[in-house]
Design a protein around this ligand. Structure first.
Ligand code: G3H
Ligand code: 13P
Ligand code: ZN
Length: 313
């Protein structure tokens, strides 16, 4: 069955790699994730956002994720699979997911005043741990669009707060803000996309070996942006985090790296290409199939060349 993230994170921190956390909203995305992780023998965290829940129906997504365990076995590669709520914004939402069978949840109180974040996160942890569900909390606010609330600039995680937060809340992992951001437009042209590895280092000193999570870690591959724009798309100035930066982070206590936007780009590029080059096609399998293949390749590339989770299942 589905597993929680506890043991996976311990191994990832001590092994110097990170586990992929890929968002899914439909069958093809899930297939691509499982195919990629089964083939590379990587553990995986399947992430469902609030938006995914309402888009695809939470019950359907949950059954798909549970089916994925059997699917991976069928592919000859039983891998650990976590079903995780991405950016839970209330106790009730987390409780709902825990009751319905998620094995992990995120409570994102990062926009709240510190003490309120602590109180909310602690409440979720106390509930979740009764069911052996692991909890991710967040300290610091990412720049860009987070949870439909627009934040102009980063509020970096303050290393002085992490020890207290982790001790008071009992969280199993901590998402931090060190310069990554959500979406495909993370930086302006001419900016030097660097993440603050010095802050990460400072955080690691305060909570040695504690599992750290990076959100907003898409790299926005320029060849995908180019393919989209060559086939009728209009994505201007889409820039992400360099894979070299993420590779360094993955070697540290960062043990979960969230990637969603890159997958959206891969699917869109593939679908646009089919629509452009084969305008006679109208069978969804003829464009969603190539989209799924391209997504699988992207996910395998991340696992092998960035996260280092291949062979760790
Ligand atoms: O952090 C956000 C994830 O990329 C999920 O996005 O809320 O549009 O499903 P979403
Ligand atoms: P990206 O938008 O960079 O893919 O980040 C995804 C994410 O953090 C999901 O929680
Ligand atoms: Zn996120």
């Amino acid at each position: 069955g589905l597993c929680n993230s506890r043991e996976l994170f311990q191994k990832a921190v001590s092994g110097g790699y990170a586990i992929p956390a890929y968002n899914f909203n439909n069958l093809e995305q899930l297939q691509a994730i499982i195919m990629a992780c089964a083939e590379t023998k990587s553990p995986v965290i399947l992430q469902v956002s609030k938006g995914a829940r309402s888009y695809a129906n939470e019950t359907l997504l949950r059954f798909l994720a549970q089916g994925a365990v059997a699917y991976a076995e069928e592919l000859g590669s039983p891998i650990p699979i976590v079903l995780h709520l991405d950016h839970g914004d209330s106790f009730e939402l987390c409780k709902d997911c825990i009751e319905s069978g998620f094995s992990s949840v995120m409570i994102d109180g990062s926009h709240l005043p510190y003490e309120e974040n602590v109180a909310l996160t602690k409440k979720v942890v106390e509930y979740a741990h009764q069911f052996d569900v692991t909890v991710e909390g967040e300290l610091g606010v990412l720049a860009g669009i987070e949870d439909e609330v627009s934040h102009a600039a980063h509020t970096y995680t303050q290393p002085e707060e992490v020890e207290d937060f982790v001790a008071k809340t009992g969280v199993d992992s901590l998402a931090i803000s060190i310069g990554t951001s959500h979406g495909a437009f993370k930086f302006k042209p001419g900016e030097d996309p660097k993440i603050r590895l010095d802050i990460l280092e400072e955080i690691e000193k305060r909570i040695p070996g504690f599992p750290i999570v990076l959100h907003g870690a898409s790299s926005v591959p320029q060849e995908l942006v180019k393919t989209i724009n060559e086939h009728g798309g209009r994505l201007k100035d889409a820039i992400g985090i360099g894979e070299d930066q993420l590779r360094l982070a993955a070697k540290s206590a960062v043990c979960k790296i969230n990637i969603d936007s890159d997958g959206r780009l891969a699917m869109t590029a593939a679908v646009r290409k089919v629509f452009d080059e084969k305008p006679e096609e109208f069978d969804p399998r003829k464009y969603l199939g190539p989209a799924r293949d391209s997504l699988k390749q992207l996910y395998m590339h991340k696992i092998i060349n960035v996260l280092g989770s291949n062979g760790k299942a």
